[in-house]
Ligand binder design. Structure first.
Ligand code: 5GP
Ligand code: MG
Ligand code: MG
Length: 190
């Protein structure tokens, strides 16, 4: 039941329909992004802002790959709407623990779908006067082009499918998978 060569599946194997990105592809991309970002921010200290909970695994791997001094902050937001689509109305569940004024802030996001959450977040963080504010998203879906959100760094452009794994959940499950994949239809109906 474990997709071949994909490492531990934490017992979720039977629920996975197909694998979109293997652990190796994800880790390779993180190295690539980290190298590029280290060049762009050379000589500076970066404040990484991870958006909970989806970006936790990405933050953890990215911070280790980035050969620059970093500080880490987390923010949790909830967008009103169903569990599979967002409305753009956002509420802060957990704010940053500190003032970010004058800092080089890099927001780490798991996925940009409609872009509504991110667009709200950038407006919010931008008003706190950081020295710079950029976004690094591991995944981006096609609808993201509808919203004018400046995302400097993107890992993968993926098709318009609901994906889980590597931080991304369905009903709080599957975040711990080392790869990213889709779920079998039967998972949604039970
Ligand atoms: P947006 O505001 O860009 O539409 O929504 C972004 C948020 O919706 C993501 O941070 C994530 O929590 C959720 N989301 C969007 N697409 C997916 C997906 O394919 N899988 C999962 N698990 N969550 C998604
Ligand atoms: Mg997110
Ligand atoms: Mg979710």
């Amino acid at each position: 039941s474990t997709p071949a060569g994909l490492g531990p599946d934490h017992g979720y194997g039977p629920d996975i329909d197909h694998v979109l990105l293997s652990e190796q592809q994800i880790q390779g991309k993180i190295t690539e992004l980290a190298d590029r970002i280290a060049r762009d921010y050379e000589g500076r200290e970066v404040l990484l802002v991870g958006v909970l909970k989806g970006a936790v695994l990405f933050m953890s791997d990215f911070a280790r790959a980035l050969r620059l001094p970093t500080q880490m902050e987390f923010m949790a937001v909830s967008s009103y709407g169903s569990s599979t689509s967002s409305s753009g109305v956002v509420r802060i569940l957990k704010d940053l623990d500190r003032d970010i004024s004058g800092m080089d802030v890099l927001v780490l996001e798991d996925i940009i779908d409609s872009g509504l959450t991110l667009s709200w977040l950038l407006k919010n963080l931008g008003s706190r006067r950081p020295a710079s504010l950029e976004v690094c998203a591991l995944l981006r879906k096609p609808d993201a082009i509808k919203v004018e959100v400046p995302v400097r760094y993107v890992g993968f452009d993926i098709p318009n499918e609901f994906v889980v794994g590597y931080g991304l959940d369905y009903a709080e499950r599957y975040r711990d998978l080392p790869y990213i994949g889709t779920l079998k239809p039967q998972v949604y109906s039970t």
